[in-house]
Write a protein that binds this ligand. Structure first.
Ligand code: ADP
Length: 447
């Protein structure tokens, strides 16, 4: 097992990894920008190294500075967290070339899953259901029109190198194809330096359901059930729940086993999430995230597993400590992402926390790096806390979540707590009756 892990991240995820390490007897190295000198992850870690000025590109994305910090502190392994360098195959490669273990999948798997056409091809080859669409990139408007006709409108043109919802164009009719196909290519080139696009059938009212997997380097893979992340605004998840209100046990086992089997075929290692759109009882692969995700705690709450610990264990070469039969799901869990932003217009609201009280009590978990007096810096993602609750069933979970949100005090800045409170009063949400378009309508009406 590792003796010292460098955590190449900040905020709540840096704390999450630090906590897993400490419970395993591993010492930790925090890295931080000058803007984060007073951050909680710096205070808690055993050692801390400043890696640059506030801008992410000069600090948390500064590969040379991170590798130097690992060298001078004598770390054995580097955990990338999520975001920043976590899905950068070149970084993973450099980490290993410098003699450290990268706590994540192989650079090759990161690269393959980062290219959407390759990812979709591998998904299909390993037996996962995919969205019907073009085979590979669509390089001429004539080809695009043929595909539109073949699959029937509406279709969606998507960037091969895509991410964050950029380079995507909905095409409703053949007349719109030329303009939208060109626009998607232009956007893709500007955002990713690669104009290649592909085309898929557009699903009108899907849910976003993703499967958590955990794999070791000995050929074992298990799934840890699904998360329903349909509540999104501008492709950003807002609230996630597990299990999905839309699935029954048989459906869960079937898709879970399909994905675990695909992971075994791929020889994937570490934790990962396979994202699907789900419509009319069918799953359609959209992408795979090759890292620990923001919403992993809800899977931990219903399975009792510590995914961060398992991720570190398998990275050190240990075999999985459980089989699929050992994984039992218990009750219901919901996570609210709490952002430093105006709940009415979603503008970021960085600033000083004048007063802080986190909710507690039975089955309430807060993953956050906030404290009274902390200044939320303006340079990074606005997510400042995750409130995660568990209940014996969905109803108890909702009641507990309302209670916990009511207790949460984050003084001095605006936060999205009031948005979550409104959401929890909404009948559609209470009924579990929502798809990926629902939240945008909900916040639109509320504005
Ligand atoms: P990105 O990596 O840019 O986030 P994804 O492929 O994950 O791109 O898609 C992002 C979102 O776009 C999905 O969560 C879904 O809301 C929407 N989307 C993508 N493909 C389709 C499709 N074929 N039909 C309907 N919506 C889609």
């Amino acid at each position: 097992m590792f003796e010292k892990v460098l955590i190449a991240n900040r905020g709540e995820i840096a704390l999450r990894i630090h906590r897993a390490c400490k419970e395993m007897g591993i010492s930790t190295v925090a890295v931080h920008s000058t803007a984060d000198a007073d951050a909680m992850h710096v205070r808690l870690a055993d050692e801390a190294v400043c890696i640059g000025p506030p801008a992410s590109k000069d600090s948390y994305l500064n590969i040379q500075a991170i590798l130097s910090a690992a060298t001078i502190t004598g770390a054995d392994a580097i955990h990338p967290g999520y975001g920043f360098l976590s899905e950068n195959a070149n970084f993973a490669e450099m980490v290993e070339e410098h003699g450290f273990t990268f706590i994540g999948p192989t650079p090759e798997h990161i690269r393959q899953m980062g290219d959407k056409i390759t990812a979709k091809r591998i998904a299909e080859e390993t037996g996962m259901p995919i969205v019907p669409g073009s085979e590979g990139s669509v390089d001429t408007v004539e080809e695009a029109l043929k595909i539109g006709e073949h699959f029937g409108y509406p279709v969606i043109v998507k960037a091969t190198a895509g991410g964050g919802g950029k380079g995507m164009q909905l095409v409703r009719t053949a007349e719109d194809m030329e303009v939208n196909w060109k626009m998607a290519r232009t956007e893709a080139l500007a955002a990713f330096g690669n104009a290649d696009v592909y085309i898929e059938k557009f699903l009108t009212h899907p849910r976003h359901i993703e499967i958590q997997v955990l794999c070791d380097t000995h050929g074992n893979a298990v799934h840890v059930g699904e998360r329903d992340c349909s509540l999104q605004r501008r492709n950003q998840k807002v609230l996630e729940e597990a299990p999905s209100p839309a699935l029954n046990e048989a459906q869960r086992n079937k898709i879970g086993e399909t994905v675990a089997d695909a992971m075994r075929k791929m020889k994937y290692r570490g934790v990962g999430t396979v994202e699907f759109l789900y419509e009319n009882g069918e799953f359609f692969f959209i992408e795979m995230n090759t890292r620990l995700q923001v919403e992993h705690p809800i899977s931990e709450m219903i399975s009792g597993l510590d995914l961060a610990r398992e991720q570190i264990r398998v990275a050190s070469g240990a075999p999985l400590g459980m089989t699929q039969d050992d994984i039992k799901f218990n009750g219901h869990s919901i996570e609210c992402r709490i952002n430093a932003e105006d709940p009415e217009n979603f503008m970021p609201c960085p600033g000083q926390i004048t007063d802080y009280h986190a909710p507690g009590g039975l089955s309430v978990r807060v993953d956050s790096a906030l404290y009274t007096g902390y200044k939320v810096p303006p340079h990074y993602d606005s997510m400042i806390a995750k409130l995660i609750v568990h209940g014996a069933n969905r109803n108890e979970c909702l009641m507990r979540l309302r209670r916990a949100l009511g207790e949460y005090v984050i003084g001095g800045i605006k936060s999205s707590i009031p948005l979550h409170q409104k959401l929890l009063e909404n009948q559609d949400f209470i009924n579990g009756d929502y798809d990926i378009k629902w939240l945008e309508k909900f916040v639109g009406l509320e504005d």
